[in-house]
Write a protein that binds this ligand. Structure first.
Ligand SMILES: [Zn+2]
Ligand SMILES: [Zn+2]
Length: 248
């Protein structure tokens, strides 16, 4: 009787273990298939090139989860739609805010329609010699009659291609950084009270948590580099501003 019961438990134990193994491998196969399907759909939102999508797919088919991690690292960071809408939004906002800005001379805020700075009298727009309309001082041609009003570098006259657009995106990023981090800034700075408090606490804990300390040091170095960059960009501010206006 005892032997029979022990045998029965052995049988149940073996059976459950086998079933568990089968069940687990079944779940793994399903997971693998879902993974492959997801990578195919996700890559389709990021690139239209079939060959690249198939490469991503092979990565996950062969390497499974490590392949997925590699895919997540190397896939394009934005979907095609995100790129499209971000670019459209950027250009639209640029148009909308083209008359908003600060006086190049005294820095007071300008509003749409201003011809002179209300604070220092700096001339913001000038009359077109041909049609007499008020035009942007940096435009090459009058926007109302097309008369050429100033010379411009030949390189900037080409029709915007992907490279030019990328440069524009970079330029607006630089402009954003420069605007936000400059000393005359009216914007809040990137480092909030919480960041300052956090780095203060980390500085106190430097004896015990050397790892964390080295991280903040790296951040500090980054900040120094950013500051240097903004100093340099400030030096070339006038030049760049002119360039940007020309691009419009
Ligand atoms: Zn002014
Ligand atoms: Zn004109």
């Amino acid at each position: 009787m005892e032997n029979f019961i022990l045998g029965f438990f052995d049988f149940v134990g073996n059976l459950n273990f086998d079933m568990l193994g089968t069940f687990l491998s079944f779940v793994l196969v399903i997971f693998w298939l879902v993974l492959i399907g997801w990578v195919w759909i996700d890559s389709g939102e990021r690139t239209s090139k079939k060959s690249i999508r198939i490469t991503y797919l092979l990565l996950v088919i062969i390497l499974n989860i490590p392949g997925l991690i590699i895919y997540l690292i190397i896939r394009p960071s934005e979907t095609i739609e995100e790129i499209y809408w971000a670019d459209l939004e950027r250009r639209y906002l640029k148009f909308e805010t083209s008359e908003l800005g600060d006086c190049p001379k005294c820095g007071s805020q300008l509003f749409p329609g201003f011809v002179f700075c209300t604070n220092c009298g700096f001339e913001i727009k000038k009359k077109c010699p041909s049609c007499g309309m008020l035009i942007n001082k940096d435009h090459k041609h009058c926007e109302y009659c097309g008369t050429q009003v100033r010379e411009r570098a030949v390189g900037e006259e080409q029709y915007p291609n992907a490279q030019v657009m990328e440069q524009q995106v970079l330029a607006s990023k630089e402009h954003a950084t420069q605007t936000v981090e400059s000393k005359r800034t009216k914007y809040k700075t990137g480092s909030s009270f919480a960041v300052k408090l956090g780095s203060g606490i980390l500085a106190l804990l430097d004896t015990t948590k050397t790892k964390l300390n080295s991280k903040t040091k790296a951040v500090e170095i980054e900040q120094v580099i950013v500051n240097k960059d903004s100093e340099q960009t400030n030096k070339g501010k006038k030049k760049k501003k002119n360039k940007k206006k020309k691009r419009r």
